[in-house]
Design a protein around this ligand. Structure first.
Ligand SMILES: Cc1cc2nc3c(=O)[nH]c(=O)nc-3n(C[C@H](O)[C@H](O)[C@H](O)COP(=O)(O)OP(=O)(O)OC[C@H]3O[C@@H](n4cnc5c(N)ncnc54)[C@H](O)[C@@H]3O)c2cc1C
Length: 491
């Protein structure tokens, strides 16, 4: 049983099937050097995985087994494994991932085929199972919503191994001798959400016990959303929890919930999770180019200084800067702030979304390729089917952080600026700057662009492009493939 982004024991389709066989089950996790150094990932992700694995190892204690955790490229790991054990079947979930994991899966499949021809006694079959209702091989979305709902309504799969079903610890320690076995230690102090199913359940519990009540009211507020949104995204992205577990618990809770509209808002987001990943599953070129080919001609010149200022939270727009610094520190931003920072990058700084995506992926603890890329393209205004949104960071700041509490928390150099100027400190006169001992252009940067001018320029170009024949033709194709055939439509 090859574990990837499905780091749990309960409601695990592939593991459940592996345990139906009358053969010993070996649990395997592979830290792949090519993924460890991929530009989408950073240490925070691997620490989350390690914490999840530590917890799984504890749970497996009672079954006198543990996960074989190794570090090497996947094909090499299987080459080494078959030299020492006979694999009957390899079980895993279907991964809707980056091109690098898709290519790795193809390489493994090729290896298994060659093995069958060249060393038939060593051959093994590989079966992959559906993840959270996302389907492989679809041509359109006909009936997709019904299928998803059917999947979510199926009973959860309990983890009930029979006695002695796993390979034992002594055998595993023998096997370990042939591999690089990485340490699962993680920093004691961390500002990120901790990995592990137990932690995911804790977040779910506290959400349903009360945090959910202000879900709709606070969802766009950079500070309040951190408490009133579920914060389940890393646990879902790394598979500590299945969406079905969360969905069923939320549905059951809805019956007795005092704030039904709030819980409905949350439940509908769980469907979006699979909707976006399904898009990526069906059109994985979205990692590299705009899904709408009409936007491939869009010309943007790379501005290294602007990109650096955006990454470091030094653009001169306090809400943008607070978001970027908070993200680096904590690995989380609520939806609207993610959308706004991306809009600022692609519209106001007029930089291509491809330059933003790896940095954001590295910072989001919940990085999920299938949500990340479709969302980025949507917010960049390059799908042709979505409403073009150019977020005004000052307006958002006034509406969603009126007292500037979020800004002051993440930009200490603006701590003494009066609330009247916190959203636009560059409007302070020199005397006002002296009063609060904060000098704009020295302590905190002047705006690197004019948002009114750049927002209008971006809007003019993108609205004009919407009328382009190729954009229209492609929009129709995208709607037909990804939404129209379904009874529900999504953005
Ligand atoms: C540019 C951009 C990039 C994003 N990248 C990611 C990413 O890499 N990984 C990720 O999980 N989310 C991503 N999102 C979507 C969204 O911002 C997060 O899922 C959400 O903020 C996570 O917080 P939460 O768990 O408290 O969400 P809640 O609001 O409590 O929602 C519960 C769950 O529903 C799903 N969900 C919520 N909102 C969305 C959405 N808009 N689209 C799809 N699924 C959703 C998530 O699994 C989430 O955990 C991105 C959004 C934008 C604008």
């Amino acid at each position: 049983m090859w574990l990837k982004r499905d780091l749990r024991l309960q409601d695990h389709l592939a593991l459940h099937h592996a345990l139906q066989e009358d053969l010993p089950v070996l649990l395997l996790y592979i830290f792949e050097p090519s993924l460890l150094k991929d530009k989408h990932y950073s240490e925070r992700h691997w620490n989350f995985v390690k914490e999840s694995l530590q917890h799984l190892q504890e749970q497996l204690n009672t079954h006198t087994t543990e996960i074989l955790v190794v570090e090497d490229e996947v094909v090499f790991v299987f080459k080494t494994l078959i030299a020492h054990i006979k694999i009957h079947t390899l079980f895993s979930h279907q991964e809707t991932g980056l091109r690098i994991t898709y290519d790795r899966d193809i390489a493994l499949e090729k290896f298994a085929i060659t093995l069958k021809k060249e060393q038939p006694d060593k051959k093994f079959g590989w079966v992959e199972f559906c993840t959270n209702g996302v389907q492989r091989g679809l041509r359109n979305r006909k009936g997709w919503s019904n299928d998803w709902e059917w999947f979510m309504n199926q009973p959860q799969l309990p983890f009930q191994p029979k006695k002695g079903q796993f390979v034992d610890l002594q055998f595993l320690s023998e096997l370990k001798k042939y591999f690089i076995v990485p340490s699962l230690e993680t920093p004691v102090q961390s500002s990120f959400q901790p990995g592990g199913t137990h932690n995911g359940l804790r977040y779910l519990d506290s959400f349903l016990r009360g945090r959910y009540r202000e879900y709709n009211a606070h969802i766009s507020k950079p500070t309040l959303a951190r408490k009133s949104c579920s914060r389940l995204s890393p646990y879902i992205a790394w598979g500590n929890l299945s969406v079905r577990q969360v969905w069923q618990q939320a549905k059951a809770f809805r019956e007795i919930a005092s704030h039904k509209r709030a819980i409905d808002g949350f439940i509908s987001r769980l469907r979006w999770q699979a909707h976006f990943i399904q898009k990526f599953e069906m059109e994985d070129t979205m990692q590299f180019v705009s899904v709408n080919k009409g936007y491939h001609t869009l010309k943007k010149t790379r501005n290294v200084a602007h990109q650096k200022a955006w990454r470091e939270g030094k653009t001169g727009y306090p809400l943008v800067d607070a978001c970027m610094r908070c993200l680096v520190e904590t690995g989380y931003l609520n939806f609207r702030m993610r959308a706004m920072t991306l809009s600022f990058f692609t519209h106001n700084l007029w930089q291509s979304w491809q330059d933003a995506s790896p940095h954001l992926a590295q910072q989001f603890l919940d990085f999920e390729p299938g949500i990340h890329y479709p969302q980025i393209q949507m917010q960049a205004g390059e799908t042709g089917i979505n409403m073009l949104r150019i977020y005004n960071p000052v307006k958002n700041s006034l509406e969603h952080d009126p007292e500037g509490a979020f800004i002051k928390k993440w930009i200490p150099e603006l701590r003494d600026v009066p609330v009247a100027y916190i959203h636009e400190p560059y409007k302070m006169s020199l005397m006002e700057q002296q009063f609060c001992n904060t000098f704009i252009g020295k302590d905190y940067p002047l705006p690197i662009v004019d948002i009114k001018k750049t927002g209008k320029q971006a809007g003019d170009i993108l609205w004009n492009l919407k009328e382009n024949n190729l954009v229209k033709k492609e929009s129709y194709r995208i709607l037909k493939r990804h939404t129209l055939a379904d009874r529900n439509t999504f953005d």
